[in-house]
Design a protein around this ligand. Structure first.
Ligand code: AMP
Ligand code: GLY
Length: 419
């Protein structure tokens, strides 16, 4: 640790998607930022071994995705004396084991769906019989966001129980499952930043998980998002901080876990009040692309304070406007994305007022200097900002209209429910 937060710090962001592009953009307002491995659409991308990011290389490391956190990257970097935003492997169990997360909820009195964890078929099938008419089966371990079945069909639920527990569906990640009651209501994602003792709210958003308009078709990592969410203002966020996030940080601390990093609280707003569906131990994607552009202030100083375990009285502030992010996805996504198509119109779209483009699944086009080809399922996240959701939405879609690649999939109804 060489530089104080008042000098220009050197910050490394670990990851390669739109979330990391958004983090790097906002951190880049006040720091020198490198992204590793990044991608050819993110300035400052450089392929480095994340394990090498000690205090001799950068002053702060921000880990984007969950997998390296679950794998203990933050622990190893901290052992080298590095400041890190992202929990150690102990705290990352919040995302890495749903059964463990649920135990913590019960202990801390955090409202969540009625549930039980199983590693054998018969008791899991018996528990299904005690639930209402919407059944939810989840892998205990990480399953790349695909390990959840929500169904009204008892037979389908029973099949999922068998397929998961046999290892047929998700291998080891499914050999332990959580079975729970289905909840209904609008979903909300609330973000927070913890220093191990205290958490500050970091914005809220709603994403669109299904591939198709009108929430049809298979689940994806997220096809778009908007922020703020009408009806989900400061009062509701305060209620969620007091009822869920602050007790979670306290319950972690009671277990000896010094959680320094982002908390992504996924909730359902049920008629009985907000209930927590899950935590992720990172920022959301594409939620980062819609929340972070609205951040006002010095994100570097805030993240460094959290990494130092010393948020003090700091808080995060956001502009009064709105942001809407529309994802441009490859054909075949989410099942089997077809990649390698030239992408055009990005520079023209990015030049529009109130528009930012965050690059995710892209690769350099060997035939066009500076040009990009598609390289993954979610290719670009296009963010529009404006005084309200309608204006932001208009800007995002105006930008998307200028972008082209073969078979591009774009939902046309992002943020319509936020107008
Ligand atoms: P999770 O990975 O736990 O967030 O689950 C992914 C998605 O499955 C959530 O965003 C919800 O849309 C849905 N889901 C999870 N748990 C429940 C539940 N108990 N009731 C209804 N839907 C759920
Ligand atoms: N958009 C949901 C996620 O980041 O998991």
């Amino acid at each position: 640790m060489t530089a104080g937060v008042t000098e220009q710090m050197r910050v490394a962001v670990v990851g390669s998607g739109g979330r990391e592009h958004a983090l790097a953009t906002v951190l880049g307002r006040t720091a020198e930022v490198l992204v590793t491995p990044g991608n050819p659409g993110i300035p400052g991308s450089v392929p480095l071994d994340p394990e090498s990011l000690g205090p001799d290389v950068v002053d702060l490391v921000v880990v984007g995705p969950e997998a390296p956190l679950v794998d203990g990257l933050a622990d190893r970097l901290r052992a080298s004396g590095q400041r890190v935003v992202g929990p150690g492997a102990d705290g990352a169990r919040l995302e890495g084991s749903k059964a463990w997360m649920k135990e913590l909820f019960v202990e801390a009195g955090i409202p969540t769906a009625r549930h039980a964890a199983f590693d054998e078929v018969e008791p899991a099938l018996a528990f299904l019989g005690t639930l209402g008419d919407l059944f939810v089966i989840k892998t205990d371990g990480l399953a790349a966001g695909k390990g959840v079945v929500v169904t009204e069909s008892r037979r389908e639920a029973e099949e999922a129980v068998r397929d998961y527990l046999s290892g047929a569906a998700f291998g080891e990640a499914g050999r332990r499952i959580v079975v729970e009651e289905g909840l209904v209501g609008p979903e909300l994602s609330v973000f927070a930043l913890s220093d191990g003792r205290r958490a500050v709210p970091m914005g809220a958003a709603r994403d669109h998980k299904r591939i198709g308009d009108g929430d049809t078709g298979p689940n994806t990592g997220g096809m778009g998002a908007f922020s703020p969410v009408p009806g989900c203002g400061e009062d509701l966020v305060d209620q969620i901080m007091d009822g869920a996030i602050t007790p979670t940080v306290a319950a972690l601390a009671r277990r000896g876990i010094d959680y320094r990093g982002f908390l992504f609280c996924g909730l359902m707003l049920t008629p009985e009040g907000p209930k927590v569906l899950e935590y992720n131990v990172r920022f959301g994607d594409p939620e980062a692309e819609v929340v972070l552009p609205r951040f006002t202030g010095d994100l570097v100083a805030l993240l460094a304070a959290a990494a130092d375990g010393n948020l003090g009285a700091a808080s995060a502030s956001f502009d009064d406007g709105a942001a809407v992010t529309v994802v441009c996805a490859a054909p075949g996504y989410p099942t089997a994305p077809v990649v390698g198509s030239p992408i055009t119109g990005v520079a023209e779209a990015a030049a529009l007022d109130g528009v930012q483009i965050f690059c995710a699944g892209v690769q350099a086009d060997p035939d066009r200097p500076g040009g990009l080809l598609t390289a993954g399922g979610r290719v670009l996240a296009v963010t529009g900002q404006g005084p309200d959701v309608a204006a932001a939405r208009q800007r995002a879609y105006d930008a998307v209209d200028r972008i082209h690649f073969d078979g591009m999939q774009v939902r046309q109804d992002i943020a319509l429910s936020g107008l």
